[in-house]
Design a protein around this ligand. Structure first.
Ligand SMILES: [Zn+2]
Length: 196
């Protein structure tokens, strides 16, 4: 639906009434079970691919599903991770990459990003994954997987996550969603990450 106002009206008329009790409960409670970190890509919709209802997923979406390693100073991604783990107490964290990722394609195929300095800087968070993949023939899908593993490692540098992983109160895993088939492959778990 390209007309968003019409979409809101349709939601209010056709969807909301059936979930009124759920939303009434959610109005005063917020206790998602999972922190879902996915790509901003419009084709990868966390609630849709996990059949989740409102209130279940705390979602962070970034270009390339990148999770910068913890650094003093903080940023929006770090604050969201800390809030999900330390305040909301999520038990599970998913980092989800996907097929045909524009960010991974740009890195794997060395696209010229000189006119997009912000993107170029942001994508430096894939340096470790890119170093693993090198010049392999199927670089994009390999980088998608290696990047998920690398971002899981970055995730573990955030103090709240490190604490949760050590205590066993948080489990982290990496997924790759295939857009064409709808399949989800688990490519890594905390403590046993799969590289490329
Ligand atoms: Zn993507």
């Amino acid at each position: 639906m390209s007309d968003l106002a019409q979409g809101v009206t349709q939601f209010q008329h056709d969807v909301f009434p059936g979930k009124a009790a759920l939303f009434a409960d959610l109005a005063t409670t917020h206790s998602p079970h999972t922190l879902f970190i996915g790509c901003s890509d419009a084709r990868v919709v966390p609630e849709l691919i996990t059949s989740s209802e409102p209130g279940e997923l705390f979602v962070v979406r970034t270009a390339g599903n990148l999770v910068p390693a913890y650094a003093p100073g903080g940023d929006g991604v770090a604050a969201s991770i800390e809030y999900a783990v330390a305040v909301l107490g999520v038990a599970r964290i998913v980092v989800c990459g996907h097929s045909g990722c524009g960010a991974m394609t740009a890195v794997a195929e060395h696209h010229d990003l000189t006119a997009m300095p912000t993107i170029a800087q942001w994508l430096r968070h894939t340096d470790a994954a890119a170093a693993l993949v090198g010049a392999a023939t199927d670089r994009v899908p390999r980088l998608v997987r290696a990047n998920v593993a690398a971002q899981l490692s970055n995730l573990a540098t955030h103090p709240a996550v490190a604490r949760g992983l050590a205590a066993g109160t948080v489990h982290a895993e990496g997924w790759v969603f295939d857009i064409a088939s709808g399949e989800v492959a688990v490519v890594g778990r905390s403590g046993s990450l799969t590289a490329a």
